[in-house]
Design a protein around this ligand. Sequence first.
Ligand code: HEC
Length: 136
Amino acid sequence: MKTHRKLLWLAFISALVIVLAACGGGGDSSSAAEPAAEAAVATGDSAHGEELFVATCLACHGEGGIGIEGLGKDMTTSEFIKGLSDAELLAFIKTGRSVSDPANTTGVDMPLKGGNPALTDDDIMDIIAYIRTLQK
Ligand code: HEC
């Protein structure tokens, strides 16, 4: 009878230890970085987008996106941009519009991702947020 109780007690203690360890481990591992990452996906950061625009798009689309004759189109008055959702614009920028595309209007290539393959979807969403601020 006595040993039986001791065994039960031991079993109880070890179960408790396992449960506590599991809870502790789960709590520590993830919480710190996640909220910030989610926020970045939800709304584009136009300040970061401006930096990326200057580095990648400005050479063709000009300061403030006003366009450069013979290079990139004016973004400030673009009905095409106005008519697309952020998701559609993301898809467009990831594809570009080469001269072989029947939709091309200038005879000049719009390279995919503006020719910068390092841009992530989040980066491009930031650029889109910036482009939205340029539109008249
Ligand atoms: C090498 C020059 C070049 C670069 C760099 C470039 N573009 Fe373009 N972009 C173009 C050209 C040319 C067009 C017009 C294509 C056509 O003839 O329809 C265009 C068109 C566009 C359009 C469609 C505008 C409209 O009204 O039809 C968007 C949006 C756009 N570019 C976004 C970007 C973004 C964002 C970047 C930077 C990540 C970028 N471009 C970088 C040359 C460029």
